[in-house]
Design a protein around this ligand. Structure first.
Ligand code: SAM
Ligand code: SF4
Ligand code: SF4
Length: 348
């Protein structure tokens, strides 16, 4: 059987592989565990209310510390870095972090950010100038009432659309993520498709996932991608495209009339753990090797104790070599009692 992954790095060293032969290509860096929205499927207000204890300042990585850790990990074969959270734009002067990362990681590194877009109009320009390549903006509805209900906010859809426009004007690549939750926003699938066709923005529908322990997920609330595809195909004919790279999260389709492409993230109906090259670094410096992990490894303490970049890289290699995570493929077989970290903490 041909190897799924190229096993040489650019520098011709042997590539670091986990126990299921997956390389480490993609790092998600959570820059805050706080958020200005309370999406019911991610940070329900009953749990993330006024009494919720977010991480105290002393346990949060500084931009300097983040840069050292990411630089150490980047040497292990990283191609892509995504800033996320929580809401990354709540972190003060985020462009300063992007500038530091760009300087340390070089022009080749793909640096992206996932955001709810509420504060994007204000910051798009400075983020692009600092070296950010792309943004993924989350938007679950074009209808204000549904948007406010799902994100439990007083903000408006127009705030997010203005953010997308500003990102476009700043020259950033743009994707839009939309979580579909049955009974809440299936009615928005076609309006969103219609809105983003012919705009150069790649719209991606995400199956509602059982992340964290707070959203009381049930399989009945998942709309499988196959249903979404049928619905869209009836109005706007589409066809599947071949994956452009191994480890691609979304399955990409294109409109037959040339209106662009769209994607589906099928974590529930068609898990893609076999190609998963992602690690996550939480804002308190813990490395997680799966979105559904219950425990991460503390890299903040060794960093603060003065370990060198090389030693931090060795520590990460050890963790990655042992990695055997494939939660989505085992979903339903692991028992309900499994404690998982929250997505707003680990980074989506
Ligand atoms: N706050 C930013 C945002 O919303 O874009 C970044 C962090 S958020 C945790 C990252 C992504 O995770 C968002 O696109 C969000 O829609 C998605 N997400 C959160 N909870 C989810 C769930 N239960 N199922 C599927 N996707 C989810
Ligand atoms: Fe905040 Fe993003 Fe989670 Fe919504 S999905 S609550 S915007 S972190
Ligand atoms: Fe990767 Fe874990 Fe998601 Fe599977 S469940 S794709 S291993 S993050």
């Amino acid at each position: 059987m041909p190897a799924r992954f190229d096993v040489r790095t650019e520098s011709e060293g042997a590539v670091l592989l986990d126990s299921l032969s997956r390389p480490l290509r993609d790092l998600r860096l959570s820059v805050t565990d706080r958020c200005n929205l309370r999406c019911t499927y991610c940070m329900p207000r009953e749990i993330f209310g006024p009494d919720h204890q977010f991480l105290p300042k002393e346990l949060i990585l500084s931009y300097e510390e983040m840069t050292v850790l990411v630089k150490a990990i980047s040497g292990l074969g990283l191609h892509k870095l995504r800033l996320t959270g929580g809401e990354p734009l709540l972190r003060k002067d985020l462009h300063r972090l992007i500038q530091m990362l760009r300087t340390e990681l070089g022009e080749e590194m793909d640096i992206a950010m996932t955001t709810n877009g509420i504060l994007l109009a204000k910051h798009a320009d400075e983020l692009a100038k600092a070296g950010l390549n792309r943004v993924t903006v989350s938007l679950d509805s074009l209808d204000d009432e549904i948007f406010r209900m799902m994100s439990d906010t007083k903000a408006e859809v127009a705030d997010v659309l203005n953010g997308i426009e500003a990102a476009k004007n700043a020259g950033l690549g743009i994707k839009v993520n939309c979580v579909i939750r049955k009974g809440s926003n299936e009615s928005q699938i076609l309006p969103l498709v219609n809105h983003f066709r012919n705009t150069g923005v790649c719209l991606r529908f995400i199956e509602y996932m059982d992340v964290g322990n707070s959203n009381e997920w049930s399989l009945e609330e998942v709309v499988p991608a196959s249903e979404m595809i049928d619905m869209i195909n009836r109005e706007f004919p589409i066809q599947p495209l071949a994956a452009s790279h191994v480890g691609q999260v979304a399955k990409t389709w294109e409109y037959l009339d040339g209106a662009g492409s769209l994607g589906f993230i099928t974590s529930v109906s068609q898990p893609f753990c076999g190609d998963c090259c992602r690690a996550r670094l939480s804002v308190d410096g813990h490395l997680y090797t799966c979105l559904f992990a219950s425990k991460g490894t503390d890299l903040m303490s060794p960093l603060r104790q003065g370990l060198s970049e090389k030693e931090l890289a060795e520590l990460t290699s050890e963790i990655w070599r042992k990695r055997d995570d494939r939660y989505s493929e085992l979903r339903g077989k692991l028992g309900k009692e499994l404690e998982k970290v929250e997505m707003s903490y680990i980074g989506g």
